[in-house]
Design a protein around this ligand. Structure first.
Ligand code: ATP
Length: 230
């Protein structure tokens, strides 16, 4: 199936069928990655040119206005396992679409929020997964730009995982000696030396300056830990 016309019904075939609504940069990248992972993906956008441009990369892509309940029903959206609302700047379209998806009974609804207020409204509607890609990426890059970490991945509201380099202070010490968990409240999950591979950490793992460490813990404690070497 390719480049479906508005009104053509999409039948679900696999256990994880996902509809991505709004094919801007975020929605397109998400839909292509899901497709790469073998998922059944339907892309929806109201802009005919976007649909045309993506028709050779996304197997199923249709032009439709997701705020139109009849159009969603015609596409069989109610039969999908998950839906992602990837409309950001048009707040009204994002909220109306999310509300219709919940009303149609799509089991898992994900929606992108562009501000805290937008996120709060989506949560109040009952959207199960509200994501903040721009805000999260901003936070992540701030930690990298400040030199605290090589990468920063928020796992939950107050729990993060970072990739950071062992400072001079840790040189020649084992993890057991450094007692990171009791002294700093963080866990070193894995380490990597030079061009080697990541290896899971053991108490006897010895560190050298510049070793790359994957560290997990509450965000405040991980931030303080990463500042030890600055
Ligand atoms: P990006 O992912 O590029 O950052 P954005 O946050 O700027 O996107 P928008 O430009 O608001 O998000 O919307 C993304 C896509 O959603 C656009 O391609 C737009 O055509 C589409 N879109 C907006 N409203 C609707 C709608 N009612 N129905 C379907 N698609 C829509």
């Amino acid at each position: 199936m390719s480049n479906r016309k508005k009104g053509a019904s999409f039948k679900k075939h696999s256990a994880t069928s996902i509809v991505v609504i709004g094919l801007g940069r975020f929605g397109t990248s998400l839909a292509l990655e899901l497709l790469k992972g073998g998922r059944e993906v339907l892309g929806v956008d109201s802009d005919e040119r976007i649909v045309q441009n993506l028709s050779d990369r996304l197997t199923d892509v249709v032009q439709a206005d997701s705020t139109d309940e009849a159009a969603l029903r015609e596409l069989g959206i109610q039969d999908f396992d998950s839906a992602v609302v990837a409309i950001g700047s048009d707040l009204e379209a994002s909220i109306l679409t999310a509300s219709l998806l919940l009303q149609l009974g799509v089991p898992q609804v994900w929606a992108k929020a562009t501000s805290t207020a937008h996120g709060r409204i989506l949560q109040q509607l009952g959207v199960q997964h509200v994501i903040f890609p721009e805000m999260d990426m901003g936070k992540r890059v701030a930690h990298m730009v400040s030199g605290e970490s090589l990468d920063y991945v928020p796992i939950d509201e107050d729990f993060v995982m970072v990739r950071t380099e062992a400072p001079e202070l840790f040189n020649g010490k084992t993890l057991a000696e450094m007692r990171f968990r009791s002294n700093h409240g963080v866990i070193v999950v894995a380490t990597k030396r030079g061009n080697g591979e990541y290896v899971p950490s053991y108490p006897e793992t010895a560190l050298e300056t510049g070793d790359v460490m994957i560290v997990a813990g509450r965000s405040e404690q991980v931030d303080l830990f990463c500042q030890l070497g600055l």
